[in-house]
Design a protein around this ligand. Structure first.
Ligand code: PLP
Length: 392
């Protein structure tokens, strides 16, 4: 086995976890860490400089998804946006509905799943829609499941492990007809595919710019005008009282710029990344036997490849590839050091052993054909070696 040395590449294939920031974005943020430090709520000129920066960023975020600036609420990230949408809706309905009912799916991110589970403990009822073998949420029963106590439907736009795009528009037709708000966790979709909130028909949409070359620790919740929502935190008047707390101005400036650049380059970058992903999957198919490309036949975001390499422990493969200079992720949730098969893959019907043998390779704009070829060169050898050692 090759050892890590100065020739070892450093190839990042984990863009669904997070991305680096575009240089232009870092440069634009810098003054807001330094001389432009005013609190946007202050009336004087320092404050007004911050306020103007927030207004500009709000308009840029809104423009990327076809919303109005007043419909954008800044938060501390995707997790908070999901929490605000779900908890805030339940709170808003607390007086009206004794036992609020939420509908979501079994393949959501923990930011949604655990929020729903916490609400169940507090008296809400949650229905988890199943998905098919390709990782598409089955919404056929949505209409019959919705009942007078249903306060929210929450579905993701694209799955973080498989990249599979979900039938949000179809769900929206049903929720609109029945007058139930639809929240969409758009965190793995926005910045990777074109998203227009009116065309999708959603009432709320969570966004997180660290998935598309913007800063971490900042996010937004799009809330269609008139959608009922209560604050989860108590405090000041910020973000129309729905998300109190002094705004993270440097990060919001970077968020706005990430949206502006994405709007300009998305089409070309989607094509570039999609071509690379196709090359990668073709190469894996040709060079490694006994694999499954999960969700590959379905509409996916262009950067994500979810591959089961049977008869290997996924984490062993991740660690071995890391030593060789390739950063990828395994399909198991690593909670407190204990590794469990991914709930997404299990929901898709993979057996737990196959789920543990699954990798997520997520490409980004900095990746090249050379990166993919270098990966394809080392992969068969590592797979062969690990299969020989594997107890599976
Ligand atoms: C689908 C999805 N939802 C929510 C989140 C959480 O977003 P954040 O990291 O901004 O809190 C992630 C992050 O990986 C995600 O992939």
């Amino acid at each position: 086995m090759k050892e890590k040395n100065e020739q070892t590449p450093r190839v990042y294939f984990d863009h669904n976890a997070t991305t680096y920031m575009r240089k232009e974005i870092i440069e634009l943020m810098m003054p807001y860490f330094g001389e432009k430090y005013g609190n946007p709520s202050s009336l004087h000129f320092f404050g007004q400089e911050g306020r103007a920066a927030l207004d500009k960023a709000r308009a840029q975020v809104a423009a990327l998804i076809g919303a109005d600036p007043e419909e954008i609420l800044f938060t501390s990230g995707g997790t908070e946006s999901d929490n605000l949408a779900i908890q805030g809706t339940v709170r808003k309905n607390r007086d009206r509905v004794k036992r609020p009912h939420i509908i979501t799916s079994s393949i959501e991110h923990p930011a949604v799943l655990r929020t729903c589970q916490a609400l169940e403990k507090e008296g809400s009822e949650v229905t988890y829609l199943p998905c098919d073998r390709q990782g598409i949420v089955d919404i056929r029963r949505l209409e019959e499941i919705i009942r007078p106590e249903t306060v929210l439907v929450s579905l993701m736009l694209a799955n973080n492990e498989t990249g599979v795009i979900q039938p949000v528009e179809d769900a929206a037709r049903i929720t609109r007809k029945l007058g139930v708000p639809l929240h969409v966790d758009g965190i793995q979709g926005v910045g990777k595919i074109p998203v227009d909130v009116s065309a999708l028909g959603v009432d709320m949409l969570s966004i997180s710019p660290h998935k598309f070359y913007g800063p971490k620790g900042v996010g937004a919740l799009y809330r269609k005008r008139g959608t009922g929502l209560a604050a989860v935190y108590s405090g000041g008047h910020h973000e129309v009282g729905l998300r109190p707390g002094t705004e993270n101005v440097p990060a919001i400036v970077g968020f706005g710029e990430a949206c502006r650049i994405t709007a300009l380059r998305l089409e070309q970058e989607m094509k570039q990344i999609g071509d690379l992903r196709d090359r990668l999957e073709k190469g894996i198919r040709e060079r490694v036997e006994d694999i499954l490309l999960n969700g590959a036949g379905k509409r996916r975001v262009p950067n994500t490849c979810c591959v089961t390499v049977r008869r290997i422990e996924g984490e062993a493969l991740v660690l071995n590839l890391s030593v060789l200079g390739f950063a990828i992720s395994s399909g198991s949730a690593c909670a407190s050091g204990e590794s469990r098969p991914s709930h997404v893959l299990i929901a898709m019907g993979l057996d737990p052993v196959d789920a543990q043998s699954t990798l997520r390779i997520s490409l980004g704009i900095g990746n090249t054909v050379g990166d993919v070829e270098a990966f394809l060169e080392v992969l068969p050898e590592v797979v062969q070696r690990l299969r020989k050692l594997s107890p599976i």
